[in-house]
Design a protein around this ligand. Structure first.
Ligand code: ZN
Length: 331
């Protein structure tokens, strides 16, 4: 980051009716999964509050670790607090709003055919890891799309260039059992029984523990719906992929097998859509069975990686997905 966003002044009213209640409601990262590496100044900037306001929030119970170099925070706690402020200024809220533009507009736009050029880059988190990391091949054909380009990018290790055609389609559950799996998960997010937000990698790898701690992201939600489906005798599987945008957002969802076809359930998107005024009223119905044209799937479940990488350092590979300008049409 080279330029700092403008400094925000928090009013007393914002402190009392937004920030302090958000600290009270926050489900904190469990102590055994907490890793406090985010410095005070950066945390304040992510939340778009003055540093003094953040100190007040720590006094009210927001978790921080005091060191000789000042206060440090777990980045998941900071983003989750930002999501709960309801002022629309924190980096977490700005990112969510950007992503959820896919829920605005008219429903016909959600299923139209789209052609997107992408750069996918695999990055290993382990310092010093030099083993090659490659993004796995996306599978738009799972939802009637196509992969029309897949090429290594010269001079950028770990980067692949892709062109995908995606299209959505409408479908809906035909049985109450399947409808309830989607709606039950959505109800638990809306009521706050499950706190939707950022879950540390080590905790999302143990989804039952994440559920026990009430911290849920799309990966944990996808796993939970698979459990419910299987308990009800319905075949189910989880899937991983990206929500396409200028910067792709990693996402996960569930498919259930009902009356001869696989049906997609994505109540996390319905929940996120419900937090934004621009969301079309039909969107919550859409996530109960339909496929959005901004969804790019991989033929992988939530416990599989989106990259091919054999790490000697126990690193975690993240895949970054950026949209590229459309290919120029020949004159
Ligand atoms: Zn590695």
């Amino acid at each position: 980051m080279t330029s700092a966003p403008p400094r925000r002044t928090t009013t007393a009213q914002e402190l009392w009716s937004h920030w302090l209640p958000a600290v009270e409601r926050l489900v904190q990262v469990p102590a055994e999964f907490r890793s406090a590496h985010l410095p005070h100044q950066e945390a304040a900037r992510e939340l778009a509050v003055d540093e003094g306001v953040l100190e007040t929030l720590v006094g009210a119970g927001f978790p921080a670790v005091e060191t000789g170099d000042g206060l440090f925070y777990d980045s998941h706690d900071v983003r989750n607090l930002g999501l709960r402020a309801g002022l629309g200024r924190s980096l977490a809220e700005l990112g969510e709003r950007q992503c959820m533009r896919l829920a605005a507009g008219q429903p016909e736009q959600w299923t139209a055919e789209r052609v997107t050029r992408l750069r996918l880059t695999a990055v290993c988190s382990a310092p010093g890891c030099t083993a090659p990391a490659d993004p796995a091949v996306p599978a738009p054909k799972l939802y009637e799309g196509r992969l029309t380009e897949w090429a290594r990018e010269d001079g950028r290790p770990g980067s692949m260039l892709a062109e995908v055609t995606t299209r959505g389609h409408r479908d809906a559950p035909r049985t109450d059992t399947v409808r309830r799996i989607h709606d039950e998960l959505l109800a638990r997010l809306v009521s706050g029984e499950y706190q939707y937000g950022w879950v540390p990698e080590a905790l999302r790898a143990r989804p039952a523990a994440a559920i026990g701690h009430r911290t849920v992201d799309c990966v944990v939600a996808a796993w939970q719906m698979q459990q419910w489906a299987e308990e009800a005798g319905v075949r189910a599987r989880t899937r991983r992929g990206f929500l396409l945008g200028l910067v792709g957002v990693e996402h996960a969802w569930t498919e259930v097998f009902e009356e001869g076809r696989w049906l997609l359930l994505d109540p996390v998107l319905a929940y996120l859509g419900s937090r934004h005024r621009a969301t079309h009223p039909e969107f919550a119905d859409f996530t109960r069975g339909s496929v959005h044209n901004r969804l790019l799937a991989w033929d992988r479940s939530v416990d599989e990686s989106l990259a091919e990488h054999a790490c000697d350092f126990g690193g975690h590979v993240r895949v970054d997905c950026r949209q590229l300008p459309a290919a120029r049409t020949p004159a």
